[in-house]
Design a protein around this ligand. Sequence first.
Ligand SMILES: [Zn+2]
Ligand SMILES: [Zn+2]
Length: 306
Amino acid sequence: MSSVSASPTRLKFWGTRGSISVPGHGTLRYGGNTTCVEVRADGEIIVLDAGSGIRSLGIALEKEFHSQPIKLSLLITHAHWDHIQGLPFFAPVYEKKNEIRVRGYDGVDTTFGEIMAEPMKAPFFPIAMRELSAKIDIKKLTEMEFSTGKVQVRARFVNHPGVCAGYRLLTSAGSIAFLPDHEPYRFLHSAKSNDMTPEQAKKTATEERTSLVEFLKGSDILILDAQYTDAEYETHVGWGHGSVSSAVSLALDAEVRRLLLFHHAPSHDDAMVDAMVDEARRLIRESGKDLEVDGAREGEELVLRN
Ligand SMILES: [Zn+2]
Ligand SMILES: [Zn+2]
């Protein structure tokens, strides 16, 4: 899928934190803003999630584009606050010249449109979604494969409370997988699992894990939920998030090139995330396999070239 003439794909982290923003001296290096990643590829601007980090992205885009229109696609993984709360503070939505496509899946009992309108509802916010000046096109996704311009996107539901998607962007310079919230299949977040025998649950878990490995296979970059240390995970089974070792093992099985530990816990300061990255590197050395790993840092840019 690579071609000589293709331009590089650029990715920038605007928010790497899970659950809630944690500004302060302890999170200066990995960042305090919640989930938001910008991808520039094949002439497209694709924004993954609208956590509090999207505010700074909005300011940067306004500065870059001045009076020119900003056209972008915003892909939402799920309805949890840390993934949508920044939208009312994303400056481009208040400018008539801009075109913003917003895409994501319906929740269990809510439509995608209702999910996106929620952060701007009275009495919690003074401006309603319908009052925004930009051309905002909010549509629910119904397919698991679609395209935004020249970028093909594959989606897959992951293991997290409610409906939560992971996305894989197939750009001409390589592919980026984004799974900000995902718990290992050892615990199944599925209404169906309540009626399963332990044997059935184990079989389903194995099948789901295999299918997820297939979905991620050979990704150049994998941005993956690694909220907990392994010890913390043992007391947070069922909370919807992964651990350092579960992230490393998934990335190794899927033979991805580079793993970025993501959705840092609000209780973890920079030193703690450093220690988790060290632990991930130790596990990779022990496996004897090849995998680059780092903690995702707010403000950091990654470039894929073919
Ligand atoms: Zn989250
Ligand atoms: Zn979540």
